[in-house]
Ligand binder design. Structure first.
Ligand SMILES: [Zn+2]
Length: 264
């Protein structure tokens, strides 16, 4: 059974943390301790048990969201949305429709192949921006940068930080990986990337992958998982003229008359 993020407009578990800012005042439920005991009698299985208070859980959730945003660097691709994508360029329409459908209900893996400049990153970023708007926890990352980032926290002095970060990348509800196959892999990075992908494969966690590489350039262990049709129905190959070479009018068709004249 594939895991999926609920389709719109159902609420997600992250809604609570995102819409209720953590209050600065002392939590009335635990008096700021972060833990509470249930008022039960001796002999009850909860007697004397400390439960983490909701205020601590919200705080932890908020830290996770802040960290995801920091790593994602989505500000750099904030303008890459479905609204700014020109879908009537020959060759990209199918990929566009599939990406829109996926963004509405992220399920399984979505794989976009295509040469440099066909709009893969734009579609991947649009999916991530859409998720963010719906307050779904999402990590958008260019694969080599992600591995560098992970490596920077790896070391004896920051083991906890590294473990937390690795766990976060592995388990984030939606992971968007741009440019798979371009990473300059050291054995360490190769292994980490495989571990991330293998975990997400085994748990069928929603994942978007773009690549401009040939299948044989991708780690065969990862490629075989990308090719499992139970998780990933198809590989979408975008075959378009260089998307970035479109004229301003083609790219941002604010005025359809202008566009029609140009095409005529
Ligand atoms: Zn509390």
């Amino acid at each position: 059974m594939l895991k999926s993020i609920p389709a719109e407009p159902m609420a997600t578990s992250s809604d609570a943390a995102a819409t209720h800012p953590i209050s600065e005042s002392v939590c009335p439920h635990c008096d700021g301790a972060g833990y509470y005991k249930e008022a039960v009698q001796f002999g009850h299985p909860h007697f004397g048990v400390l439960f983490p208070c909701e205020c601590k859980l919200l705080e932890k959730e908020q830290r996770r969201i802040d960290e995801l945003e920091r790593i994602s660097n989505l500000e750099l691709v904030r303008d890459k949305t479905f609204e700014t994508f020109v879908a009537d360029v020959p060759g990209v329409r199918r990929a566009y429709l599939r990406a829109v459908e996926y963004a509405k209900r992220p399920q399984g893996w979505l794989v976009l192949f295509g040469n440099y400049g066909v709009g893969k990153t734009h579609l991947a970023a649009a999916i991530a921006n859409h998720a963010l708007k719906r307050q779904i926890q999402v990590l958008f990352a260019i694969v080599p940068d992600l591995l560098d980032h992970l490596r920077s926290t790896f070391g004896p002095s920051s083991e906890i930080e590294y473990d937390e970060r690795f766990e976060m990348i592995r388990t984030v509800p939606l992971l968007v990986l741009d440019d798979l196959g371009t990473e300059n892999t050291t054995p360490w990075a190769r292994e980490k990337l495989f571990q991330i992908m293998n975990y997400r494969y085994n748990d069928a966690l929603p994942t978007v992958i773009t690549s401009n590489r040939k299948p044989e350039d991708i780690d065969p262990r990862i490629f075989s998982r990308m090719s499992d049709r139970a998780l990933c129905e198809e590989h979408i190959i975008i075959d378009a003229a260089d998307y970035r070479r479109l004229t301003i009018q083609q790219r941002y068709p604010f005025n359809s008359n202008v566009r029609r004249r140009m095409q005529g």
